[in-house]
Design a protein around this ligand. Sequence first.
Ligand SMILES: Nc1nc2c(ncn2[C@@H]2O[C@H](COP(=O)(O)OP(=O)(O)OP(=O)(O)O)[C@@H](O)[C@H]2O)c(=O)[nH]1
Ligand SMILES: [Mg+2]
Length: 388
Amino acid sequence: MIQFADEARIEVSSGKGGNGCIAFRREKYIPLGGPSGGDGGRGGDVIFCCKRNLRTLAHLRYKGKYKARNGGDGEGRNRYGKDGEDVIIPLPPGTIVRDWETDEIVCEFTTEADNEQFVFLTGGKGGWGNMHFKSSTNQAPKYAHQGKPGETRMLRVELSIMADIGLVGFPNAGKSSLLDYFTNARPKIAPYPFTTKIPNLGVLRVDDEQDIIIADIPGIIEGASEGAGLGIRFLKHISRTVGLVFIIDCSDPDALNAYEKLNAELASFSEELAKKPHIILCNKIDVEGASDVAAEIAAKYPDEKVIPMSVFSREGLQRVRNEIIELANRLPEAQGADTAEAARATAIAGVTATGPAADAAPKKEVSAFMKDRAYCSDEDTQYPGSEG
Ligand SMILES: Nc1nc2c(ncn2[C@@H]2O[C@H](COP(=O)(O)OP(=O)(O)OP(=O)(O)O)[C@@H](O)[C@H]2O)c(=O)[nH]1
Ligand SMILES: [Mg+2]
């Protein structure tokens, strides 16, 4: 089975600053040339960079340790040491990086953060060479500064896919087929359960103003919360959505109870998740008898929005599209948010703080260490050798 890397532990270290040099100018015809030891170079930084085309944290798992280069030592003839190269760690959007010990969030990338960089650890400063210490009373200083050490941190990196809408259904219900029809994603579709083993994201283009990101996750079965099937850990990837789309295969003998069973599994993962706004799609009505089942489901849940459809025969798909758009823009009434954006922000904050998705780690106060770290755009970052 393909493992979907959504958690990793990494150790990151910034580079040590280079030592200052003790040297004296020695040249023919220039007696007592004076101190000429150059400064050490700066140690490299540890930088996180958000890369939209990354989808898992697998690359971190293989490596484990990231170390920026040390700064070079200063040299004679007033030569500076080379600055140490930064280590740039690419992370997919939706990544949260926490301190391993304190659980403090040290960096968080959203879906819009493509190419955003975050300087996490700065390298040690280079030490001054003895050329700086010449004074009227000491013309030949025989000392220089050592470079400052770098820092090392152990981090937990978590990926939680950011989507507007999450698809929930038993295996084989047609989740991936729906994603394939409505979005640019081309997931694997096959007539057997558990075709989807890792979450897929697709973008539904509404118009020039709006894209809706839909997450297709592996199928859930009864008992998934106790580990049956692929379990429910993938539910964390839809924890931050605005709404859920339940898909029921109406040609399945268990179709009538599917919604209840799915909802029960969701609730055992997180009450918040089970309470999200949602619609119910009754799929495969092209199959004989399935339309009647769809009608029965609609009658069973008069307060729910139940839509009969078929990806196969394309029936009902226009309505499904409209309902998905409406769902993605819906405002949670209770929260009194005035824009869809604000609603999304509330949804994100609400679930990260409460659901097990957050691994029971509520946001803590920002530590002194994190206060002076800052996000920056690509232009603000200086790469070694690019200065001047
Ligand atoms: N007859 C019919 N078959 C459909 C329809 N929609 C999907 N299917 C078929 O149902 C099977 C399962 O579809 P998928 O989209 O892979 O289902 P899934 O929910 O993603 O399944 P998992 O990834 O295993 O959880 C495929 O063989 C599809 O061709 C439909 O509207 N009518
Ligand atoms: Mg699938």
